[in-house]
Design a protein around this ligand. Sequence first.
Ligand code: KIV
Length: 274
Amino acid sequence: MSVTVSTVQSLKQKGEKISMITAYDYTTARLVDAAGINSILVGDSLGNVMLGLGSTVPVTMEDMITFGAAVCRGAENALVVMDMPFMSYQASVYDAVVNAGRLMKETGATAVKLEGGVEVADRIRAITAAQIPVCAHIGLTPQGVNAFGGFKVQGKTADGARKLLEDAHAVEEAGAFAVVLEAIPAELAARVTEELAIPTIGIGAGAGCDGQVLVNQDMLGTFTDFTPKFVRRFAEVGEVMKNAYAAYDAAVKDGTFPAPEHCYAAPAGVLENL
Ligand code: KIV
């Protein structure tokens, strides 16, 4: 059964946790889908883990569409949410609606996600009015890295916590179907989760959220440039891959690969008559 935004919302109502993970390609989307994960986020974190850009700021609409369409071709059941890249919605409500529409039409995704609270509520309202489900994202919003002066935990002061609560209520009131809470104190995330009717999806926001999201390469241990405190590695796939590459290198160099079973044989007589 395909997961819809209503399915995700009903999980909160039933008190069941929501699983979300990022993916950027067809093969990974198929594996994530087969594992029964509720939702795939095509995150603009692809700027870090797929393109090696060092931040999400340079990611373009074209990047998102290429990777997003591949994911949608692989995801049969999971709800696919597309991140709106930096400057695809910040300049105007018009840009926000047009670019959200483009992401939906050119990838086949079911929803979009954008960063910000009170200041983007008008964008969320307009995109939702265009019949496009929106997931909000508040707390540490990586597209704002230059304004924040780094990747810093948010909501640690009384003013910061108040602002986060205001943002949470603003995005819910604007029509978001869910909200990602990134890098905020666990107690604050639990309070937001209690106060909102829509599901909260945490990343570095503790166990009190309605669901969790992680970046695929972080939880598999294939991206090691930096590892945030909130990441748990569920497998050391990076090590498995490195060992496989080394074994391939050795087999090619010592001539044990390819073996006879990997080769095509010429039909009898063909080569003799050349
Ligand atoms: O881009 C991304 O992967 C995200 C998650 C970190 C929530 O926004």
